[in-house]
Design a protein around this ligand. Structure first.
Ligand SMILES: [Cu+2]
Length: 536
């Protein structure tokens, strides 16, 4: 779990690293009593009745017509139009309606059902109001006072997307404008998700509700006879703080001029946009497709009643083989594809939990039901790639900036702020190993746009020696990835004081992309860097 900032016992060596002056003086303390802008206290969600609302399922996006794909010889693709717009949403039976920002009228937004190899066009329309309703920090890069308050740009997380449609963080646009993006979907079946990526306010836009699911199907998945139709259920997890009037509350530092906080943990946990929902299920197998859509919360998922979970997929699709799991660790941005067989739990009530948290309830019907679905012993071949043939190995650090009293002022990648020239320029169709050297005390989920990768290993090292001499000395054996990390990934947990090595084939498109930490508070405050894929 990411802990709150630890103020004592940390080295101040990182304070001496080069950084942009604006990062200095970023006072913060989430633990200090921060003034609430609206004067209302936060709601204690444990006072709400549990399991009184059915689990909502986001509706499917529907194309409005077919249109030619730009840059092709007459290729046509389904054309969708989805508006970012405010909605009122009942998060719980006993709460008043909550103002959220949605893609297409719900949070999570409309779900896209797509096929591998069949491209789609989406016009993303910004119909948001001119004023933001969450606390913007104008000292953050890209969110200065001369920028419009409300900006949006859509990124398809996990999509192998051409650069002009990838949602570069500086490609934001304002209310009244729209952009049409092309998504080729030339990739394996997987659960992707789309979300806002606007520079400097991304954490606020996603907290407001700007996220949704994007499913890609393919023939490999079709051939498996996994649970499908109403037996395949998406679960989008996210935590929020709510005020007693039911409205969103985003944490702020005591400094109203610099409200950024290093992590935003909510105490209310939404599943598909509801608090403590329930789902009536039949006593048979279900496929649960879970996204951690939280800003900074790591989930450690399990089921009550000893119900068993079999993980069949992760970020970028199916695993080589199913893995029985007692817990599923999901960092922000990660996905898990699970099969749960409720047949042994007829008439029971089973809760989805994360440590001491209760997230939702499954109510298993008492009457037996036929179940033609299967979980085969092998799912999809995921090739291993030889390490010795890589074009380059890059050593990249994850750094924390602290001030003289050891308070965090933000994180960096490779000690380099966003605005510095691009330093990572892999060549298209080559493989690289990225050694992610985490010098901080926190776990950071690192995400690369456009590509998928394999996790090679994780290994503890002497961070003090590295920071003082630059020498990387390992102090433990390399640990292989977890069995449920053996498929293709797009987001990897990089543990504290650990080197995580990933092997990345840069296959897809040349152009400018980004890589970043998926703790959104870190990403918005410089823990994001551009990278450029050079033409082969
Ligand atoms: Cu981070």
């Amino acid at each position: 779990m990411i802990s709150r900032r630890r103020f004592l016992g940390r080295s101040v060596l990182t304070a001496a690293t080069a950084l942009a002056p604006r990062i200095f003086g970023q006072a913060l303390s989430q633990s200090a009593a921060a003034p609430k802008p609206h004067g209302l206290p936060n709601l204690d969600s444990s006072t709400l009745a549990k399991f009184v609302d059915p689990l909502p399922l986001p509706q499917l996006a529907r194309p409005v017509e077919h249109r030619p794909v730009p840059g092709t010889a007459g290729e046509q693709a389904p054309f969708y139009r989805v508006a970012m717009r405010p909605i009122g949403s009942k998060l719980h039976r006993d709460l008043p309606s909550t103002t959220l920002w949605s893609y297409g009228g719900s949070v999570p937004g409309l779900t896209f059902e797509t096929r591998s190899g069949q491209g789609v066009l989406v016009e993303w329309v910004n119909e948001l109001p001119p004023k933001h309703f969450l606390p913007i920090d104008h000292t953050l890069h890209g969110a200065e006072k001369d920028k419009p308050e409300v900006r949006g740009v859509v990124h398809l997380h996990g999509g192998k997307t051409p650069p002009e449609s990838d949602g570069y963080p500086e490609d934001w646009y304002v209310p009244g404008q729209s952009r049409t993006y092309y998504y080729p979907n030339r990739q394996d079946s997987a659960l992707l998700w789309y979300h806002d990526h606007a520079m400097g306010i991304n954490r606020l836009n996603i907290y407001a509700g700007l996220l949704g699911l994007w499913v890609i199907r393919d023939s490999v998945e079709d051939a498996l006879n996994l649970p499908q139709g109403k037996y395949e259920v998406p679960l989008v997890l996210m935590d929020r703080d709510l005020r007693t009037d039911g409205q969103l509350s985003y944490p702020v530092s005591p400094d109203l001029e610099r409200p950024w906080v290093s992590e935003a943990f909510g105490e209310a946990h939404l599943v598909n946009g509801k608090l403590f929902p329930y789902l009536d299920v039949e006593p048979r197998k279900y496929r649960l497709r879970i996204l951690n859509g939280a800003n900074g919360r790591f989930y450690w998922l399990s089921l009550s009643q000893g119900a068993e979970m079999v993980q069949i997929g992760s970020d970028q699709g199916l695993l080589p083989a199913p893995v029985a799991v007692k817990h599923v660790h999901l960092a922000p941005g990660e996905r898990a594809d699970l099969v749960v067989d409720f047949a042994r739990h007829r008439g029971q009530q089973i809760q989805l939990e994360s440590e001491a948290l209760t997230l939702m309830q499954f109510r298993v019907a008492p009457t037996p039901t036929p179940d033609p679905s299967v979980v085969p012993a092998t799912l999809r071949s995921v090739p291993r790639i030889a390490e010795f043939g890589v074009a380059m190995t890059r050593r990249l650090t994850l750094d924390e900036q602290v001030n003289m009293v050891a308070e965090s002022m933000g994180m960096l990648l490779n000690k380099t702020p966003w605005h510095m020239p691009i330093t990572e320029k892999p060549v298209l169709n080559t493989n690289e190993i990225w050694e992610l050297v985490n010098l901080t005390d926190d776990v950071h989920p690192i995400h690369l746009h456009m590509v998928r990768f394999r996790i090679l290993d994780r290994r503890r090292f002497d961070a003090f020696e590295f920071m003082t001499t630059g020498n990387l000395r390992y102090i433990g054996p390399p640990m292989p990835p977890d069995p449920n990390e053996l498929g293709w990934k797009d987001t990897a947990r990089v543990n504290a004081k650990t080197v995580t090595r990933i092997l990345v084939p840069f296959v897809g498109y040349a152009g400018r992309y980004v890589w970043h930490c998926h703790v959104l508070e870190h990403e918005d405050n410089e823990m994001m860097r551009p990278y450029e894929v050079l033409p082969a």
